[in-house]
Design a binder for this molecule. Structure first.
Ligand SMILES: [Zn+2]
Length: 446
């Protein structure tokens, strides 16, 4: 163990085998060993005694809209990765849209990588985009290292990223399946959306009625049919409708290669409490009723839903008008996702181990990074969050690191204070103080 540089010691280390008192030995940015709590500190190594604070693997957030370059006034790599680091996230995967250019060709990917390179406080990877006219770009993007491809089944909200109708979807899915890539999908049926009442205005109930559950359920059913036919790997993004859960459970039981995520806002906020005009709560699909939320939690517990990601998708404050029909749809949650989910999880009898499984281990698996990320185990990157799980704080938007201080969590008291975040054995933030960016750009490894 003579090459050990650092030992992190805590009475509560969350490992794949459970939570225990341990000393975690780190060398060259990698976890060398998880040792007994009182293992002697090797000569020359620094001891970081965390006391009773919990040491957990850094979170892996596979659904973040950084919007850089092109809409950097909405968000950027500098601000987004600082917010993530402050919230205990050490890896994020950037969505292919809302930046200009979108990540839909290899040249566009290179542009994004260049912009991110010296601004990333945490590790950053990229999704590619599947558009009606870029089937020829999918394999080159896959080979260039994107983690998979995002498609919309209904309008995306930005003109440069059109959605896929049935035939183009099947074409893209077939191409992606040919190299065993991963297709990730915003699943709402456009025809059911346009036939729903489109009232507009500030009433949240009207907005909710404009994005009904059956739009999600129908789109997911279509995806399952296609995935089955092509033996393709498909991931459902930001599931909100609990009505789709039986369908998903059945498909998984049949062996369809389907995974599903949901988001902190669907798990912690309810339609009943959204004030009229409060478009900081607007996202698509929408936050639904509390009875729907109970079923999402049940599905997380039984594994029908695999993981929890932020879908952090900010805009400037002026686009968050009080008209739900036209306000920008997206919730800023990067810095608060761990605390928000943990606050609700503990109320419902879940442990921090569960939160780690949903927000770190399973998300690392989704993108194939699970040999390096998502667990405190020998051979993994020394990426950690140090959490005081019983401490509380009240969300003050002014204290958030993301660019526009708009948040649906303002004024909420949350459990779980992130004391420090570590990336490859280096503390990148502690008590609001950040180091210079030390993040790396990640690519998919075959
Ligand atoms: Zn999104």
């Amino acid at each position: 163990m003579s090459d050990t540089e650092l030992v992190l010691r805590s009475t509560r280390v969350i490992t794949p085998e459970g939570t225990r008192a341990a000393s975690v030995a780190v060398a060259a940015g990698t976890i060398r060993a998880v040792l007994p709590y009182d293992a002697p500190v090797p000569e020359g190594a620094r001891l970081e005694d965390l006391g009773d604070h919990v040491l957990l693997p850094g979170l892996v957030d596979t659904h973040v809209h950084v919007n850089d370059p092109g809409r950097t006034e909405w968000e950027g790599f500098w601000t987004a990765t600082r917010a993530a680091a402050a919230g205990g996230i050490t890896t994020l995967v950037d969505m292919p849209l809302n930046s200009l250019p979108p990540t839909t060709t290899v040249a566009h990917l290179r542009t994004k990588q260049q912009v991110a390179a010296d601004k990333a406080h945490i590790d950053v990877g990229f999704w590619g985009g599947a558009l009606p006219d870029n089937v020829k770009d999918l394999r080159p993007l896959h080979e260039a290292g994107v983690f998979g491809f995002k498609a919309f089944l209904s309008p995306s909200g930005v003109d440069e990223f059109p959605h896929l109708e049935r035939d183009p979807l099947a074409r893209s899915m077939a191409e992606i399946a040919a190299f065993d890539g991963l297709l990730i999908v915003h699943a709402e049926d456009p025809h059911l959306l346009s036939s729903a009442p489109q009232q507009g205005g500030p009433r949240y109930a009207d907005f909710l009625a404009s994005r009904p559950r059956n739009a999600e359920d129908t789109a997911i059913a279509q995806l399952i049919t296609e995935a089955k036919a092509l033996h393709a790997r498909v991931h459902v993004l930001h599931l909100s409708s609990s009505d789709a859960l039986p369908l998903i459970a059945e498909a998984k039981a049949e062996g369809v290669r389907l995974t599903v995520e949901t988001c902190p806002h669907y798990l912690t906020l309810t339609a009943e409490e959204v004030p009229d005009g409060a478009s900081e709560f607007k996202c698509c699909p929408p936050i639904r009723e509390s009875a729907n939320q109970d079923l999402l939690w049940q599905a997380l517990a039984d594994g029908t839903i695999d993981c929890v990601v932020t879908d952090h998708s900010p805009s400037t404050a002026d686009l968050k008008t009080d008209d739900f029909a036209t306000a920008w749809g997206g919730i800023s949650g990067l810095q608060l996702s761990l605390a928000a989910v943990w606050t609700e999880a503990r109320k419902r009898g879940h442990g921090l181990e569960d939160v780690v499984r949903w927000m770190s281990t399973r998300t690392a698996e989704l993108v194939g990074l699970d040999t390096r990320k998502g667990a405190i185990a020998a051979g993994h990157d020394a990426d950690f969050a140090v959490l005081a799980p019983d401490e509380t704080f009240t969300v003050d938007p002014a204290g958030l690191q993301h660019r526009n201080h708009v948040t649906a969590y303002a004024g909420r008291t949350l459990h779980g204070v992130v004391k420090s975040t570590w990336l490859r054995g280096q503390r990148i933030v502690a008590d609001g103080e950040f180091t210079e960016p030390k993040g790396r750009l990640l690519t998919r490894h075959p």
